[in-house]
Design a protein around this ligand. Structure first.
Ligand SMILES: Nc1ncnc2c1ncn2[C@@H]1O[C@H](COP(=O)(O)OP(=O)(O)OC[C@H]2O[C@@H]([n+]3cccc(C(=O)O)c3)[C@H](O)[C@@H]2O)[C@@H](O)[C@H]1O
Ligand SMILES: Nc1ncnc2c1ncn2[C@@H]1O[C@H](COP(=O)(O)OP(=O)(O)OP(=O)(O)O)[C@@H](O)[C@H]1O
Ligand SMILES: NC(=O)CC[C@H](N)C(=O)O
Length: 720
């Protein structure tokens, strides 16, 4: 035993199309890997461009700039004497591929295109790239002239295709993200063909409770096949609704030896481990492995690699007591509540610093949703303070720009106090009407105080009344609330005026509050707070305060948000959050009378938990109304009768269908939930749907009828 090699993988906070920023972060990761003695470094999928370029992958410029950055990386003095695996898009024979490029000291050994593209859910790789269908097949790729010129000996071409890299000491195989998730992952064939190191370069996004799936696949890959698995991922918001959630990992024979963070504000996080090649060989000693290995009919094409020293480790093979293999450690997971506290908070930070706005503005209602959004901003301020205390220079520089005037007065200022920082960048606003209660107003104020936000408390009745008066003057008609005898359209219209005016006022205040405060930092981003269940049911006013610039909770269910608030109450020491948890959710858009208080769940005809169930059935299970009814028939009887279940199913699909048009203008939200109804990227549906689903409804009614007939005859039999 004792054939030790140090290897590195990383989490990089890349930004789509930020070529120079991405280049610098790649170089920084290589620098750190080398400082830690690594002789091999892998990085995230498409790291030169950023994973989320979407249709920019159709542009020739993207490919040209990728080669330009690549040339600067491999000629950089800090990027020598280390085997590099870098991700970028490449055009081969006029066809676009998602590739890994393997090089050492200005020599490119292999370009390995992705074989199995990600094309479901949030992913559309088939739209830009072609999969390399020819397994174990390679061709010559003529390199661009500008690359030939900087390469050692003016290398003209390189092997392109599905090959492995064989060195003097060991052998490498390359897997790209989705390939790990397929039934016949490349690492299986590669392991049987003698590959000991597998890399997986990913652009994989956060979804609540999803990490476990990915981690299990990585661990199981080498538990079964033996070997060293290096997982790299992007981490951060690279310009879209997704948050890539890092978790770079090194696993040896099924044991985790190194794990990077899932969330964080460090743009570059390198994870290294010193692994023992002999342990891989011992692990594979079972005869069954050997038998399958010898049965492989066609080997992978082999590309030979030799480093300057002749040994991958760059070390003498003599025993060296200073080189110690990294010990196994347990996998770390966050609870879903921690995931909500961290993921959307990091996403908000990336968004804010990258769009160069002056901060955030939120209409704060005293209800649980805008409270949750505000607590996520608080969590962001805590992360900024923590990173600043740890000396994160990028975070300090970004926070200083946002601090504006404070820094003019004190250039050495560092954001170590979350409340002080919140007061600079976070603006909350209660917009009361005659329908608002003292309780919601007081809760909003108390929360703002605990977070430290700049809080505005105002009444908007004069504006609401002005609009009502205008309508009455023009039409001669005076709409009334339902509780005052008005019809349904009158009742809705009066609610929607309040809701929509709040949106107009939000944008006015977001633009001008920094000016009022003499802060030179520019306008504020308006935050939205509609949760995933409200969106699904359409329980929101189109173009009201649910229409904002971005929404950190738009992909999170009410049930999870409540659990998050309970967690934050204790973890962030905010007892005020208890009042939000115990309050009845209400829109406060209708007058409160002795016998009537508007309540969300009564208004919607569903509990929030029921909406989560329907959300999963529709999107995750891919059920239409009939299948949803059959599933719930089995799950909910005898608690509910089939007739009651039929009513709920029809009602859900009815409201889903009539409100689907609202999803076309849903505020861009952090993607967090498998059943998100986001129309723009994730849940593609028509928005003019026949809401009664007449044929499915007939079939449901038949089942109900046959159940009732059977029940009746059973009762009859009992009586007889
Ligand atoms: N098929 C279709 N394609 C495209 N657009 C369509 C459409 N059908 C209606 N529309 C448009 O949509 C409009 C109806 O939608 P909308 O104006 O939103 O109005 P609507 O959905 O009728 O009312 C809003 C609902 O949200 C509830 N709510 C609950 C909690 C909070 C808040 C809040 O705002 O704070 C609201 C409120 O109680 C009410 O039930 C129509 O007037 C029409 O302009
Ligand atoms: N009185 C108010 N003051 C400020 N903003 C408000 C007020 N009422 C509603 N809003 C804004 O409109 C959004 C939608 O209102 P709604 O009553 O549906 O809230 P909600 O979705 O139940 O959320 P919350 O739990 O925050 O009340 C809120 O999230 C909030 O941003
Ligand atoms: N970029 C990819 O191939 C990602 C696909 C993969 N299913 C994931 O969610 O991680």
């Amino acid at each position: 035993m004792g054939h030790l090699v140090t290897v590195a993988t990383c989490n990089l906070n890349q930004w789509a199309l930020d070529f120079e920023g991405n280049r610098d972060r790649i170089i920084q990761s290589i620098r750190i890997a080398k400082e830690r003695g690594a002789s091999f470094r892998t990085g995230p999928e498409l790291e030169i461009t950023g994973y989320g370029c979407l249709d920019h992958f159709l542009e020739a410029d993207t490919y040209m700039h990728s080669w330009e950055m690549y040339s600067q990386i491999i000629t950089h003095p800090d990027c020598q004497d280390i085997l590099l695996d870098i991700g970028m898009p490449i055009i081969h024979k006029s066809v676009r591929y998602n590739c890994r490029v393997i090089s050492y000291n200005r020599k490119i050994f292999l370009i390995r295109p992705k074989l199995w593209l990600a094309n479901d859910g949030n992913y559309r790789e088939m739209r830009y790239f072609t999969p390399w269908y020819r397994q174990k097949h390679v061709e010559d790729h003529i390199l661009p002239v500008m690359i030939q010129e900087v390469l050692d000996g003016k290398q003209r071409s390189v092997t392109f295709g599905d090959a492995k890299l064989d060195g003097l000491e060991t052998s490498f195989g390359f897997e790209t993200c989705e390939e790990l998730f397929t039934p016949n992952s490349p690492h299986i064939g590669l392991a049987l063909d003698g590959v000991e190191f597998f890399t997986n370069s990913s652009g994989s996004h956060h979804e609540l409770r999803k990490l476990d799936t990915r981690m299990r696949l990585i661990v199981e890959a080498t538990k079964k096949c033996g070997g060293v698995y290096l997982y790299a991922n992007q981490r951060g918001c690279d310009g879209d609704r997704l948050y890539y959630d890092g978790c770079a990992l090194i696993v040896v024979n099924g044991d985790v030896v190194a794990q990077g963070a899932q969330f964080g504000l460090d743009d570059v996080e390198v994870v290294t481990a010193t692994v023992d090649l002999d342990s891989v060989r011992s692990y594979r000693s079972a005869p069954s492995f050997g038998m399958q290995s010898t049965a492989v009919e066609k080997s992978y094409p082999s590309v030979e690699f030799s480093s300057a020293s002749g040994a991958l480790s760059g070390r003498s093979l003599e025993f060296d007591m200073t080189v110690i293999p990294t010990k196994a450690r347990p996998l770390r997971y966050h609870t879903p509540e921690e995931e909500i506290a961290l993921g959307p908070a990091c996403w908000l930070w990336d968004y804010l610093r990258r769009c160069r706005a002056g901060g955030f503005f939120i209409p704060l209602s005293g209800g649980i949703d805008s409270c949750a959004t505000s607590v996520i901003v608080h969590s962001m301020c805590r992360l900024v303070a923590e990173a600043a205390k740890n000396g994160n220079e990028q975070v300090i520089a970004d926070a200083r720009r946002l601090a504006g005037k404070a820094v003019e007065e004190n250039p050495e200022w560092v954001p170590t106090d979350p409340k002080e920082f919140a007061n600079m960048i976070f603006h909350t606003c209660y917009m009361g009407t005659e329908n608002s209660s003292n309780e919601t107003r007081a809760r909003a104020k108390a929360l703002a105080n605990d977070i430290g936000s700049y809080h505005v408390d105002m009444n908007i009745d004069t504006v609401v009344t002005a609009v009502r008066k205008l309508f009455e003057t023009v039409t001669g008609k005076s709409p009334q609330y339902k509780v005052h005898g008005g019809s349904q359209p009158e009742n809705l219209a009066l609610q929607n005026i309040q809701a929509r005016l709040r949106m107009v006022l939000a944008y006015l205040f977001a633009l001008l509050l920094p000016w009022v405060r003499s802060r030179p930092t520019g306008g504020l981003l308006v935050l939205g707070s509609a949760n995933v269940d409200e969106a699904l049911r359409g329980y929101l006013t189109k173009y009201d305060c649910s229409s904002a610039d971005i929404n950190p909770i738009g992909g999170i269910s009410k049930t999870d948000l409540k659990a998050f608030i309970a967690y934050a109450r204790d973890a962030f020491d905010m007892p005020v959050l208890n009042d939000f948890l115990t309050a009845t959710p209400t829109a406060e858009l209708e007058p409160i009378t002795k016998t009537y208080v508007q309540s969300d769940e009564a208004d919607m005809g569903f509990t929030y938990d029921e909406l989560s169930v329907f959300g999963r059935l529709r999107k995750v299970e891919k059920f239409g109304p009939y299948s949803a009814f059959i599933k719930l028939y089995h799950e909910w009887t005898p608690r509910l009768t089939p007739a009651e279940i039929a009513v709920k199913v029809k009602r859900f699909f009815y409201f889903y269908a009539i409100n689907r048009h609202k999803m076309t203008v849903l505020t861009p939200s952090y993607h967090a939930e498998q059943y998100s109804p986001d129309d723009n990227r994730f849940d593609l549906r028509p928005f003019l749907i026949l809401p009664s689903f007449p044929w499915a409804s007939k079939k449901i009614d038949e089942v109900v009828k046959s159940f009732e007939a059977k029940n009746q005859s059973l009762q009859q039999d009992k009586q007889d």
